[in-house]
Write a protein that binds this ligand. Sequence first.
Ligand code: UFG
Length: 341
Amino acid sequence: MKILITGGAGFIGSHTILEILEHTDWTPISLDSFINSEPRTFDRIKDITGTEVKNYALDLRNLEDCRQVFEENEFAGILHFAALKAVGESVQKPLLYYQNNIQGLLNLIDLQMEYGVPHHIYSSSCTVYGSAKELPVSESTPSGQAESPYGWTKVMSEEILKDIALSSESLNVLALRYFNPVGAHSSGKLGELPKGVPNNLVPYITQTAVGVREKLTIHGDDYETRDGTCLRDYIHVTDIASAHLAAMKHLLEGKQRAPFDFINLGSGIGVTVKEAVDAFIKVNQVHLNYAIGPRRSGDVAAIYADNTKALSVLGWKPIRDLDEMMRSAWKWQQELGRQSL
Ligand code: UFG
């Protein structure tokens, strides 16, 4: 049974391919243009699993190019990860974000419908909740709010998928709203490879510890949280990956009641920036140069997930804790050395 993974060389896509190879008999086929990733990721996957994954180096913005993927394969389902995801960059380049994340999605759905692929798992984000007033955020928390063009592409994509799934006889869509995916595969041979200067906390921490960056700046310590730094819900990327297997099985077994649904993927635990930094230092016994700086614009003070729907609907819960996230992220950075994209 073939499953199409768009963005298979990306952070979450590549870890999901690993989970598929390690725990199922599915054949993952990837579509990744390498716009924000590198071909070597597939060598790393081969090193770990012994399996060569077929990738089509195509861009979803070009529908006719991508038709080849559907002509050559019959898919049981699609895991759609391919998208741009840097919040700040999306403010500078909104057209690029709408073209990639929306036009790419429209083309993919167009092909999916034409070739009759029934199941679609969509990579969404807690960004659709905007700045939620009540915590933790559950799926009944109002969404449809976003604070960046990137965030709007996630809100709009969910709406597009909902409308199309509701109007279709045959399409089932499940959107998974990720909180903050971090960490790396336990082997230390696969992890996140950010392009240029990382925006996200954990790659910034590991690059600082390895000496690529001089110093980590903690963006603000005057928020209304227990230590003044922002609070987030960090979740191990392998747990996120395993949720995709559970989600795809859920659709394949016909267990989803409505054509469109959405589920939070978080640990359910709020961790402050300072606590994350302390955990990294303690678990890895390394020095980290850091200082408190001003707030970063666009940051919400606190957000974390109510993850009970994932357990009740998918039977999934995260099993890797913050220490494991920090240990594996550091193991991966050591494997990578000073290399970045
Ligand atoms: N942070 C620092 N220093 C850094 C980097 C980050 O202090 O160098 C802080 C941020 O200010 C924030 C926390 O670490 O308080 C986490 O920041 P990230 O950039 O790692 O993650 P965000 O919570 O900002 O972003 C995540 C996803 C986005 C999504 C957003 C929705 O990466 O895709 O959540 O809230 F849009």
